[in-house]
Design a protein around this ligand. Sequence first.
Ligand SMILES: [Zn+2]
Ligand SMILES: [Zn+2]
Length: 640
Amino acid sequence: MKKIAEVAVPVSLALDETFDYRVPAHCRALLAVGCRVRIPFGRRQLIGYVTAFKNSSRYEKKLKALSDCLDPHGPLLNERLMSLARFLSREYFCSLAQGFETVLPRPLRTSINANIADVPTETTPSTPDPLTKEESAFLKQLDPSKPIYVLEDASRTDRWLAYRAWVKSTLLAGRDALFLVPDVAMIPYATGKLQCGVVPCIISSHEKPDAVRRSWTRAQKGKGALVIGTRSAVFAPFPDPGIIIMEQERHFAYRQQQVPNYHARDVALNLARESGAQLILGSHVPSLEAFGLVRSGQAAPLRFSNKDAPIRLTIVDMHQEFAPRGRSKIISKVLEFRIAEALEKKERLLFFIPQKAFSTYLYCPKCRKPLECERCSSPVSYYRSSKRLVCPSCRQEQEARDICPACLSAYVRYSGFGSEKVESELRRLFPDIRVAQFSKTGRQEEPCDIILATQQIFEELDVPADGFDRIVLVAPDHSLGRPDFRATEDAFARFLTLARMNPKELIVQTRMPEHYIWDYLKKEDVEGFLKREFEERRDLRLPPVTSLGVLTIRAKSEARALGAAQKAWRAVKRSLRGDPHPAEVFEPQPARPFKLRGYFRYQMLIKYTQLEKAGEAIRRIVCQRESGIMAAFDPAINER
Ligand SMILES: [Zn+2]
Ligand SMILES: [Zn+2]
């Protein structure tokens, strides 16, 4: 009998704890595990999630009754979603209720009227088109026993034929298909490319609540449903997922930046294993995580390429370039010559510079201090277009200034450069040159000689393969020198993606001409590069060979943050005694940036294969709500 319900409640009090509530008579027939309920909690009314029923409780006499069942037509959370929520809670150190909230789309989390059974669903033709000859031929050459494929698309086009073939054959078999894209702007593109006679359900946090509810209901009915969506669509409530495809699997947007800091790839892996669905990880250059799956025999590799011309790489050693004292040279002599030549031949050039700013580092030559954000210890960047200083960590802006805030000397030096400065330098050297910024939404309408692109270019799926005659990496050392163990891998993937746009030449201006990355890039040797990276990560015990988590402790006062971090460190260290798989725990260090949005932060790195006793200790630290101190554990740092 459903006498007492265990309810997970979204309060930050405890992690795994559920609360007992009496089930009132009017709810008994309707209530099921996975239903949302309205409950009295202290003086508030909250929405909780039923996780189980029982006949007795330790607190029987004091139990309150739950107020209402919010899902009288059946539970919103099916068994698979409940299990995914548990997976999130276990792996990412969030509460069970946070897990439930994460697997539900935002409009269904809090809306009392999320009564999905009442949402009308449009009648849509649901018979998928038959496979074309090409699509059948593609599927025939695959090994059907392989549950995971890692797809590397060097051609920028072939993978869409493969994606459509996989989706259609899944839908034709009456199973459901899930297609994930990293960015909401890519949904229309993917929808167009995957047209197959079935209207897709779109799930993303940018959709209107009604549309999300409709998509959710249709996915829940399944039987050949196609869901296209961003990260959170990995929690679509299909009854029978047959295939999960992740487009651009290495994209940083697949990782949630707040608690729970899950990665859609890990959730998809878990989902595929539990439901028997096939998983396809597609990209221009596979991530080291995907490569690891191939290496261990869990996944099969698949490579598309129709390129015939090899990459022509020109390396300009910036040590050989002379610049006025104290300044860095932006355009080398070789590049200047190439630009002049291109202008004459009417060639188009693409310049890649990761940052948009004019100057990326401002400092006082007298006291040697950098100009920092008022809330963070991050050096600010200067944007000439808006005449503002912007913090790269929290995006707060301040007025540009010429007086050092530390010593009040009236001279601030602007150094480092982004695309704004490159543009001004180009105009200085070639007054008639036509320069435009690459824009994601609109195509460049005005004819131009040089396009300046930042990271955005990687979000664009339709960049014509022969759109640029020459591509220039203006300052690749920025990308290579980032203090992140994934820096070289990311840089390689970016540079190779650019090189695979088939320019006649890729020009690189670097102070690291001996770096091994250039050789692999020139030979387009992806496997060789990934192997080398993998070995290095194994030597250093870094992901994906081992797991790396970070426990961050922050407080408004520096001393309190340090004290709490040291206390936490001792507690985690103590927990390792007698652990059969002891984690490696490093002493707390100031985080980067040390001060963020007004909080001082210390971080403790933890390398592990399994978190047993240490996991319990970390959980305890994370749930302890000592006033003014916050602790958070992120099990996969810096994945971007
Ligand atoms: Zn100064
Ligand atoms: Zn800031």
